[in-house]
Design a protein around this ligand. Structure first.
Ligand code: GLN
Length: 526
């Protein structure tokens, strides 16, 4: 197993995750099997309880773990499926060590950060790296991204652990890549000083960067590279320019042009292999049309809906259609704004805020034949909207939001769990698709597996009447409703699951494909 360690300097938010994922893609294009580990130095056990407004989307893995959104990027760039172990947090590491201490595993020793915490970190990295993929095969190369910035107190034990790893592994099995900011001064010159300082901080920890990826708004000149090379003790060809590009999927191509593959190959002792260029062809294909989609949401922060945004892009690419997103604040938008869009999407969410605006938008889409895609909460609100306006239950709502007729509720078998809190249905579950439905048309199979993250369900007491009034539940998992649709509408589809988590640039998600296609048809007929 070869390890590529990725650290970050100067500041966070430089796109370290995208850089790491792109390195992985470059190697995958050469036939290597690549996996990824993301280290988050916070004390939370996982991202499940974290506020998306602060931390971005909570990504859900097949095993139901709720993780950092960077794991979503790894899954999309590398076309793999990760598990809980691939997201290491300080919380997880300390909990394991403290549990061991309570069990007496340390035989009376004083339990310390070095060696006990650092040993545990190394064990976690190794276990995640060695974990076989679904085909039973292991990876050849593991990316290890250390979250945060070098110098943060929180990341110290992790940086110490990766320092120790260098000594424990053959030289050809370890490389450190440092991602840093190369800012521009008021004269328009790219400045290397922040990079010099962050490399100095690395050195103080006993770490040496073999590759420096410089993030900047425009490409880094040979002159600047020479300077970085001289100050940071690495050859000039190991200084890689990563200027901002319009689409993240172009990053591997840009880094490939910079010659990063050769530097990696020389250092890791990789043989020269032919490059599969299909990824590069895919992301440079011209768009032939464009559609606009309104996302009516609670947070106007795009990072909260990153998987949805990407899934729309994947579907758009497959259909050579550029998807432009308009973010509408569910509490503030004007109804008349909706008609400017070719389609309306209601994303997932928790809590009462903004739901009336979302219900209004669903009604607008339903009554005006505008393509509609509802996801999780969007699915539940489509049921509420239908119950209110087609079943004449004006106080129809979800149990999550308080008093009213609960068309969305906890199932009787969930009731006991109510007080315990941990009632979420998370990760992969199957859904059985009904013949002759839009769902069947989209997925073209009877049984699908998709990822979930929700607590409430369509209340079984209302299902018959909803169906009688025309709502079709086109996929189910026993007594749980998984998809809904309407037959007298060009495209009205919602799912209790989140299909966006399984969407890939090379394999767009079926509901998203159907939705973008319907938006295109709607635009043409407008
Ligand atoms: N709040 C809803 C539930 O818990 C929907 C969750 C979601 O959209 N992810 O069921």
């Amino acid at each position: 197993m070869k390890y590529i360690i990725i650290t970050g300097g100067v500041m966070s938010g430089l796109g370290k995750g995208i850089t790491a994922a792109s390195v992985g893609r470059i190697l995958k294009n050469r036939g290597y099997r690549v996996t990824a580990v993301k280290i988050d130095p916070y004390l939370n056990i996982d991202a499940g309880t974290m506020n998306p407004a602060q931390h971005g989307e909570v990504f859900v893995l097949k095993d139901g773990s709720e993780v950092d959104l960077d794991l979503g990027n790894y899954e999309r760039f590398l076309d793999i499926e990760l598990t809980a172990g691939h997201n290491i947090t300080t919380g997880k590491v300390y909990r394991t060590v403290i549990d061991k201490e309570r069990r007496g595993d340390f035989l009376g020793e004083t339990v310390q950060i070095i060696p006990h915490i650092t040993d545990q970190i190394k064990t976690c990295i190794r276990q995640a790296a060695e974990q076989a993929f679904t085909d039973g095969e292991k990876a050849d190369i593991c990316l290890v991204e250390v979250g945060g910035t070098v110098g943060d107190i929180e990341s110290m034990p992790f940086l110490e652990a990766i320092r120790q790893m260098r000594g424990e592994l053959p030289a050809h099995d370890y490389i450190l890549l440092h991602v840093t900011l190369i800012p521009e001064d008021t004269m328009g010159d790219l400045k290397t000083k922040p990079t010099q300082h962050s490399v100095k901080a690395l050195r103080e920890l006993g770490l040496h960067a073999e590759i420096i990826v410089g993030r900047s708004d425009r490409p880094i000149s040979a002159h600047t590279k020479r300077k970085i090379s001289a100050f940071c003790d690495l050859p000039q060809n190991a200084v890689i320019s990563a200027a901002t590009v319009p689409d993240i999927y172009e990053v591997p191509m840009e880094m490939e042009k910079e010659g990063i593959a050769e530097v990696l190959a020389a250092h890791l002792g990789l043989e020269k292999r032919e490059v599969d260029t299909s990824w590069y062809r895919l992301v440079t294909k011209e768009y032939t049309s464009r559609v606009t989609v309104a996302i009516v949401s609670k947070y106007g922060i795009e990072d909260v809906y990153i998987s949805i945004k990407e899934a729309l892009k994947h579907a758009g690419r497959a259909l050579s259609t550029e998807v432009k997103i308009g973010w509408l604040d569910a509490e503030r938008y004007e109804r008349c704004q909706l008609k400017d869009y070719d389609g309306i999407l209601i994303p997932g969410g928790f809590g009462k805020r903004g739901i009336e605006g979302k219900i209004e938008a669903i009604r607008f889409a339903r009554e005006n034949n505008i393509p509609f895609l509802g996801l999780c909460l969007g699915f539940q609100l489509a049921v509420v909207e239908y119950a209110r306006h087609k079943l004449n239950i004006p106080d129809a709502t979800s149990e999550e939001f308080g008093e009213g007729s609960h068309v969305i509720a906890l199932l009787p078998e969930q009731e006991g769990l109510h007080e315990l809190g941990g009632t979420m249905r998370l990760g992969n579950y199957i859904a059985d698709i009904r013949e002759g439905t839009l769902a069947m048309n989209l997925y073209k199979k009877k049984e699908i597996t998709e990822r979930h993250r929700h607590r409430y369900e369509v209340n079984p007491r209302y299902i018959k009447n909803l169906e009688k009034a025309g709502l079709i539940f086109s996929a189910t998992n026993k007594n749980r409703m998984e998809c809904l649709e309407l037959s007298d509408h060009p495209f009205f589809f919602a799912s209790q699951f989140h299909p966006e988590f399984k969407s890939r640039p090379t394999r767009a998600s079926p509901p998203y494909l159907g939705f973008v296609e319907a938006c295109r048809v709607n635009k043409r007929t407008k």
